[in-house]
Design a protein around this ligand. Structure first.
Ligand code: GZL
Length: 350
């Protein structure tokens, strides 16, 4: 019995101590927890699914997002690099849903195949903001809004510059023998820029001989250009849908013993490009190795943050938010172009 009594007393003593420990904890832990909770409540968590790191444009875009959604700005950004694969981006979005982030930002690799996962985000009550490229979705309520460039307008502006310049030096439209080194197929940037050139070639009677994807990378741009030079001996205009591919293409042209430049009449091969982010490309444009670059501005971080802040304030942002962009060139002869009634001055200092 004694043993039992002793055991009972010890047990009661242990329970008393445990109860005591519990009583002091809530006061300190409670305060800490309250502060933690308060801090956590203030921080806005944003899940950002970036498509990859294929170009200087993409890196600048990522940096802009990371800077805009910093802790000091009251945000916690979860960045996921999709490595050019839509499947990885879909997985990232599902992870953000499980993590119950406050907002999802998606830079989609290509336009198709997003309805299901965007529907899951909507089911979870998480607003989605699209940045840069677009998604093909009949139900536009699958996302709150989009911010980016008008890619077909970029293509139209570049085509207008080509028309103005070549007419100015007296080259007949049918004597323009062009190739288009396209971006990643099915991406909004590729679709728009390709359409801009193809429509202008049709309308002006230019000889658009080939359209082949260089996937927005320098390596692929070099490979594709080398293959095109083997296939055609009369190329005099190379339309590259981004700077990284233009750099690769120029390397291939020079390696084949040909000269890049705007003097088509003297047998030079005219290279034009898009973005205006890569330092080498901008240098080339200053030297005239790239005859014209259509700006594609990557600095969407502050723009996306402004859209999220509108949503946080209960406002309804514009559904589609376009960025104003210009053309960079050091080639004389064209000071402005007019597209759809709008005048675009050529930027000479960049
Ligand atoms: C355009 C963007 C394109 C850039 C490329 O907004 O989607 O993707 O032009 C980038 O450089 O890879």
């Amino acid at each position: 019995m004694k043993k039992l009594a002793k055991m009972t007393i010890s047990l009661l003593l242990i329970l008393a101590i445990l109860a005591g420990c519990g009583s002091s904890a809530p006061s300190t832990e409670g305060k800490d927890n309250t502060e933690e909770t308060t801090k956590a409540d203030d921080i806005i968590t944003v899940g950002f699914s970036q498509l990859g790191a294929e170009s200087d444009w993409r890196s600048a875009n990522t940096d802009s997002m990371l800077e805009a959604f910093s802790e000091s700005e009251g945000y916690s950004l979860i960045y996921k690099n999709g490595q050019q694969k839509q499947a990885n981006q879909i997985t990232a979005i599902r992870t953000f849903i499980q993590q119950e982030v406050d907002y999802i930002v998606l830079a989609p690799s290509t336009e198709d195949g997003w309805e299901t996962v965007l529907g899951e985000a909507r089911e979870a009550g998480i607003p989605v903001i699209l940045v840069d490229r677009r998604v093909n979705a009949a139900d536009k309520n699958l996302y709150s809004c989009w911010v980016g460039s008008d890619f077909e307008l970029e293509g139209k502006k570049m085509a207008a510059w080509i028309k103005a310049y070549t007419e100015g030096i007296g080259v007949e439209p049918s004597d323009l023998h062009m190739v288009n080194i396209q971006g990643s197929m099915g991406s909004t940037a590729q679709i728009g820029r390709t359409r801009g050139l193809a429509n202008a070639a049709r309308d002006n009677g230019w000889d658009l001989m080939a359209e082949i994807s260089g996937d927005f990378t320098e390596t692929k741009g070099r490979e594709v250009m080398a293959a095109l030079l083997k296939r055609f001996d009369n190329i005099n205009v190379v339309y590259c849908e981004n700077d990284n591919m233009a750099i690769g293409a120029i390397d291939a042209i020079e390696s084949a013993g040909k000269k890049v430049g705007s003097n088509i009449k003297r047998g030079e091969i005219m290279v034009v490009s898009f973005d205006g982010v890569n330092k080498t490309a901008l240098e080339y444009a200053k030297e005239g190795k790239i005859s014209c670059i259509a700006e594609c501005n990557p600095l969407h971080g502050p723009r996306v943050k402004a859209l999220i802040e509108k949503l946080r304030n209960g406002e309804t942002p514009e559904k589609f938010n376009y960025v104003d962009e210009t053309l960079f060139s050091s080639v004389s002869g064209v000071d402005e172009v007019v597209v759809d009634g709008q005048t675009y001055k050529i930027e000479r200092n960049y």
